[in-house]
Design a protein around this ligand. Structure first.
Ligand code: ATP
Length: 498
């Protein structure tokens, strides 16, 4: 199957079976916003739950928080987002494509390049030299480009009853201002009144460092984890839910002693890689890539990406960055609150006296939940031909599958639905998410459960009332086994949560 083909098939499956819908579809859709349907919400929650389980519940050195999406504007001033969370935006003057200069194909300036007029395959062949920026349009290869404009990636909104635009118009003699001055005044008034939708969940963990450390009596090294929505006004949204403007993240800030950050970075890189691989059918499709010096953010002393082999090639899934003591120090400086930690058991390396107060260093594994959703779908998508018949199935890990079990009476009579519904209750009493279906032929019902990734179907047939047994069908092998009705729930529980 061609890679592009797979993406098309996954997008169509997501719509057809209720995993992901376009937002506001009946109004023509809102670009880059998506709604997770009845099955999508289950898969997304299951991924989030597995992350929380491994990061928080199974550890002694971790606690979680759930912070608000809007935070004090000073948070973004201190973190550097207000100044630095801007991307260089460029328009192609040949094909009108809009793109990010830093992501465009690099070609040395003055190199003569070929491209087609209007970006159309049938367009006249043209040549022109690459400009000073040293890049061309990613869509049509043209070097004829607009100047770069800086574009802020954070969404801003206004909290409270005062409209900053009205304030500018009422308090300033706007007619005496040049366009540039007016723009500056408006921008400043908006910035003063604005609150921003967070572009990452991380900052709340820095801002609440002391509250969490003290109330939960945490000792360094320890981590604070959070899951939640983030918003970025992305110039390019691409590959379905891979890059969208509203998305969900699962991030953790691990606070450690200065000097130990390299060790912790290596530890978390391996931990996180293993986490992804345990749910995958193709662990070799996940790899670690260390950032080169040029790629490193100014506050970071080392960084890894976990990359996944998407249908379009290797690309980022998760970032694991050693962020030094940059964030805590910045917030301490801007807020005037000492964001430090006192280790009473250790001597201060400078004075030699017992009791060392320091600003912890931070290692941050930052993962997109919605991006993980896509990687899991890509990993699970399977097509095969069995005995001349084609079938499609989602080979989802049982812990992630929306439904763990489908209970299916073979026919809608002879007491079979009643027996099946009893079994459904038995699964529910063990918190196993189950679906019940009695419409259509058993073959069609199996095919549907395969498509939505249900690992096990349990069928009640005419013999069930006689022998007290049911048939379990395995999604991946299509093998069937006969099991006593009394034991089937426990039997499957063990297989699902193995
Ligand atoms: P990219 O280089 O892909 O833009 P990034 O390096 O800016 O990502 P981070 O700021 O490190 O990303 O965010 C951590 C994680 O959040 C990413 O690895 C990714 O999984 C997810 N993520 C970031 N931006 C988006 C987005 N626009 N849509 C979906 N997920 C995103």
């Amino acid at each position: 199957m061609q890679p592009i083909d797979i993406m098309g098939k996954i997008v169509s499956l997501c719509k057809r079976r209720g995993f992901v819908f376009q937002s506001s579809e009946i109004y023509g859709g809102l670009k880059s916003c998506y709604d997770y349907g009845p099955l999508g919400v289950e898969l997304k929650r299951n991924i989030a739950q597995q992350w929380w389980r491994s990061m928080v519940h199974q550890r002694d050195d971790m606690v979680g928080i759930d912070a608000s999406i809007m935070m004090h504007s000073k948070v973004w001033e201190a973190s550097g987002h207000l100044q630095n969370f801007v991307d260089p935006l460029v328009d192609c003057l040949n094909c009108q494509n809009r793109f990010r200069a830093d992501k465009a194909p690099k070609i040395a300036s003055e190199t003569m390049v070929e491209f087609r007029k209007g970006g159309k395959a049938s367009g006249e062949k043209l040549t022109a030299p690459v400009g000073e920026g040293g890049y061309v349009c990613p869509q049509c290869n043209s070097p004829l480009l607009s100047p770069e404009r800086m574009f802020r990636g954070m969404f801003r909104t206004v909290m409270g009853p005062i409209d900053p635009l009205q304030e500018v118009m009422e308090t300033l003699d706007v007619e005496k201002l040049s366009r540039k001055e007016l723009y500056k005044e408006i921008d400043e008034a908006l910035t003063r009144a604005s609150v921003f939708l967070r572009p990452e969940t991380a900052q709340a963990m820095f801002v609440q460092f002391l509250n969490v450390q003290q109330t939960a009596s945490m000792k360094v090294p320890f981590g604070i984890a959070q899951q939640g929505k983030s918003f970025r006004n992305e110039i390019i949204v691409e590959h379905f839910i891979f890059r969208s403007c509203e998305f969900e993240q699962m991030e953790m800030e691990f606070f450690c002693e200065p000097g130990t950050q390299k060790e912790w970075l290596a530890y978390w890189a391996e931990e996180r890689l293993a986490w992804h691989r345990q749910f995958s059918n193709s662990p070799e499709k996940y790899r670690l890539r260390q950032h080169t010096g040029k790629e490193l953010a100014h506050y970071s002393d080392d960084c890894y990406d976990i990359e996944f082999l998407y249908p379009w090639g290797w690309d980022e899934l998760e970032g694991i960055a050693s962020r030094t003591d940059y964030d805590l120090k910045k917030h301490a400086a801007h807020s005037g609150v000492k964001l430090s930690y006192l280790d009473q058991q250790k001597p201060d390396p400078e004075t030699g006296k017992l009791g060392w107060r320091y600003t912890p260093y931070v290692v941050e594994p930052a993962l997109g939940l919605t991006r993980t959703f896509l990687s899991i779908m890509v990993d699970a998508y399977r097509e095969e031909t069995v005995e001349g018949k084609e079938r499609m199935y989602l080979k989802l890990h049982p812990r992630l599958a929306p439904y763990k079990v489908a209970v299916l009476p073979l026919v809608k009579k002879d007491g079979q639905p009643e027996m099946a519904k009893k079994l459904v209750q038995a699964f529910r009493s063990r918190d196993i998410h189950v679906t019940y279906e009695e419409q259509q032929s058993i073959g069609k019902r199996y095919a549907k459960q395969d498509e939505i990734g249900t690992p096990f179907c349990v069928t009640i047939d005419s013999d069930s009332s006689q022998d007290g047994c049911v048939t379990i069908r395995d999604r991946d092998t299509c093998q069937q086994e006969r099991v006593s009705m009394e034991k089937v729930v426990e039997h499957l529980q063990q297989k699902i949560y193995r």
